[in-house]
Design a protein around this ligand. Structure first.
Ligand SMILES: NC(=O)c1ccc[n+]([C@@H]2O[C@H](COP(=O)([O-])OP(=O)(O)OC[C@H]3O[C@@H](n4cnc5c(N)ncnc54)[C@H](OP(=O)(O)O)[C@@H]3O)[C@@H](O)[C@H]2O)c1
Length: 271
């Protein structure tokens, strides 16, 4: 049985491995190469996966290698790994800002490369991942990549690499936007007289409920908003205020800034 190897056993690798093990991947199939002894011990105790300090051994029988180290050491890690990749596994990089061209040039040989941009809610298997490849993956290879990222939430493919920067601006950085909105709602709810815990729980459950309602109904956000906005009512008063303050432009400016920053970061690695 060929394995799935992770290079780097930190936060993102743990999230993905946790989701995989909870969703039917066999722990014995998962190898992790990572230097820290305590991280290795924790991963093997928590998930039953095989861990090792030697990256070459970790990838030796892998059909897929997930690169989950920090971007700044990616080049050194990949170049060191090359002699152990003669069997040409699929390489998945979850690193922010490293373009496929840089990965291809560090890898030297032609092998399928996928860029994946997961986000932090992957930790609770409610992640959103954007995937991109310019390699021609066989249907079963693509399905296996999908299965890995669907184990930690929703995943989809984009057909141009530049769109990974848009994914970063939407779902990569997106959790923080919602945390910011929740922070503001909780603060104002307290100013309106609600106790802290009540303010917090009402805001959190409203966010969860709105999101579940939109996902489960399949109805567009605009239509759902329309349905709950009666003319002359309280919601309409609040929405009107958001619109007068230019909410859409605020998001446009914020998300465009995220895209610009992602483009700048990619330039550091472009070969
Ligand atoms: N966290 C996120 O929300 C998120 C989202 C999307 C993408 N990403 C991407 O995911 C990647 C990992 O991020 P992270 O948050 O998981 O970072 P992290 O927790 O610091 O994990 C990186 C891991 O790499 C290990 N490592 C260091 N040198 C290594 C080597 N030579 N060989 C193998 N492993 C080595 C580290 O071990 P030691 O700690 O022992 O040094 C650590 O376990 C980054 O490229 C990041 O851009 C993260």
């Amino acid at each position: 049985m060929s394995s799935i190897a992770f290079i780097g056993g930190g936060n993102m690798a743990s999230c993905i491995i946790g989701g995989m093990v909870s969703n039917g991947f066999v722990p014995e199939q998962i190898m992790v190469g990572t230097p820290g002894e305590s991280a290795r011990q924790q991963l093997s105790e928590t998930f039953g996966v095989t861990t090792m300090a030697d990256n070459h051994t970790a990838v030796s029988n892998a059909a897929i290698v997930v690169l989950a180290v920090k971007p700044k050491i990616m080049r050194e890690v990949v170049e060191d790994l090359v002699p152990a990749l003669a069997h040409k596994p699929i390489i998945i990089s979850v690193a922010a800002g490293i373009p496929v061209s840089a990965l291809n040039s560090w890898l030297g040989a032609q092998m399928p490369v996928v860029r994946a941009m997961p986000n932090t809610p992957s930790m609770v298997q409610s992640g959103a991942t954007g995937l991109f490849t310019q390699s021609s993956l066989a249907t079963e290879q693509r399905a296996l990549v999908d299965k890995i990222f669907q184990a930690i939430g929703y995943s989809c493919w984009v057909d141009q690499e530049a769109l990974i920067d848009a994914v970063i601006a939407v779902s990569g950085s997106g959790p923080a936007y919602f945390f910011l909105v929740l922070e503001a709602m909780q603060k104002v709810a307290q100013e309106l007289g609600l106790p802290q815990t009540t303010a917090q729980q009402l805001s959190l459950h409203t966010a969860l409920g709105a999101s579940r309602m939109a996902i489960e109904s399949g109805i567009s956000a605009a239509e759902l908003r329309d349905q709950v906005t009666s003319p002359g009512g309280t919601t309409q008063a609040a929405i009107k205020s958001f619109q007068q303050h230019g909410l859409e432009d605020i998001f446009r400016s914020a998300m465009t800034s995220a895209v610009e920053r992602a483009e700048e970061m990619s330039k550091d690695f472009s070969s």
